[in-house]
Design a protein around this ligand. Sequence first.
Ligand code: GLN
Length: 488
Amino acid sequence: MIRELHEKLLARKITAVELTEQYFAVIEKKDKGLNAYLTLTKELALEQAEKVDEKIAKGEEIGLLEGIPGGIKDLILLEGVRATGGSKILDNYIAPNDATVVKNLKQAGAIFLGKTNCDEFAMGSSGEKSAYGPTKNPHDTARVPGGTSSGSAAAVAADMAVWALGTDTGGSTRQPAAFCGTVGLKPTYGRVSRYGVMAAASSLEQVGVLSKTVEDAAIILSEISGQDRMDATTAQSFGKRYEDYLTGEIKGMKIGIVKEYLDNLGDQMKKTIEDVIAKFKKLGAEIQEIELPHARYSLPVFYIINPCEISSNLARYDGIKYGMRVDDKKETDVTDPDGLPKTLLETYLDTRKYELGTEAKRRIMLGTYALSSGYYEAYYLRAQKVRTLIKKDFEEAYKKVDLILTPITPTPAFKFGEKMNNPVDMYLEDIFTVTANIAGVPAISVPAGMIEVEGKQLPVGFQLMGEWFDEENLLRAADAYEKGKSNG
Ligand code: GLN
C-alpha cells in the first residue's frame, strides 16, 4: 500500500496534502463511532505534507515513506503534542521532545495524523482500559479492537491511517492487529529504540508497527530500527532495508509448530491455523513439530515480571514531576480536615488514588508485593529463572527451525464487557503472545481471513516468531504467505 501511494505521489496523481486531507476526511466521518484517536495533529500534518509536495514539485527524489500519513500511539512522545498514555494522570502532559522513533519517522518524511487511543500505560488486552473511553472494533462495534494499541489497529483497519505505531509488551501490537484484521509486528528486543516511549515493563517491550501489508511493516521498521545512544538496550541494524528481503521465496524454510497449541484451540481457530500450515507447505516450507516445554509457564511468568516492572516505572507519576496533581482544593479522604495544606505524602497518595485506573493500581500492588523482601525470591527471582528456561527452549528450537508458527489469539474479537469482571480472564487472552516478549524474539501477527461469529465476519490471524534479530526471515515468510493468499 505504501509503495502504491508513493508511486501515485511521484506520478502526481495526488499531492501529499490531498492525501493527508483525504485521511482527515475519513477520520472526521468514522472516528466519532470508533474513538481511535485521542488527539489530531492536522496543522502539523499539513505542514509536513506541504514540504513533501514542494520537494516533488522541484523534482527532488523522495523516500518511500515521504508524504504517507499514519498515527502514533499515545504512549509515544511527539514534541509539543499532548501525550496521555491513555491515563488521566497525564491529562495535561505535553511531550517536551520527540521519541527516537518519531524523530526517525520525521526524518523519513512520514506524516503524523494524530495520537491514538490505548489502554492505560499499556495494560490491557481489549482497549477497554483507556481513561478516554474504549476504542471500538471497526468490524463490529459491539466488539473490542484488542489492546493495548487499540486506536492504532482500529485506525489502520478503518482507513484512518496508512500505518500506525504501537507498543508491544506482551502482545499489544499483535493482538489488536489480529482482532482488527491488520498486520502487527513486534521487533526483536533491542531492535528499536524505546527512548521517548512511556515505560511500562522495560525488559519486555518494543515499539511495534500496525499496517495493511507485511511490506508496509517492513518499510516502517527500516526507518525506526537501529542503535540509539539514548537507549542502551538497542543493537545495530546496519541500515538494513527490510522491504528488500521480501522475495516471496521460502522454499526449504523450516517452520516449527507446537502441537499442544493447536490441540487446545476451538474448531474454527484450529481450522484457520491448519489452513495456514497447508499454505506454507504449498509454498515450499518444511513444517516440523517442535517443543517449547517451558512455554506453558509464560503467562504466570509474564504476570509476575510485568507488574514488578510496572510498579517501579509508574512510581514517577506522583503529582510532582509529571502531569496531574490532586490539589488542596479537591476534597479527598486522605486530607486532614484541619485546613492545612497537604503534606507531600498526601499529595502523592491522593494523586495516585484519583488519577490512576484500577488496572494500574492492581499491577502496582501485585508488583510491589512480588518485589518485597521475603517474597522476592519466591516470585520475581523464580519468574526470572523460568524466563531463562523459556529462552533456552527457543535457542533449542532455532537449532532445528527458522521460524515458529502459532495461533495469535484463542478466539476472534470478544464483546465489550465480556472479560472486564475477572482480570485472569483478560490475562488469558495473552497466552500466545507473551512468550515472544519473555524470550525477546521478533514476532508478527498476519491476517488469515475472516470467520463468521453470530452473523458477523470477524478477522482472525496467526503468529510467526523468528530468531533474535532475524526480522528478514520473519518478514519474508509472512510476506510470502500474504502474496500466496492473494494469488490463490
Ligand atoms: N495484555 C498484556 C498486559 O496487559 C500486554 C499488554 C502490552 O503488550 N502492552 O500487560
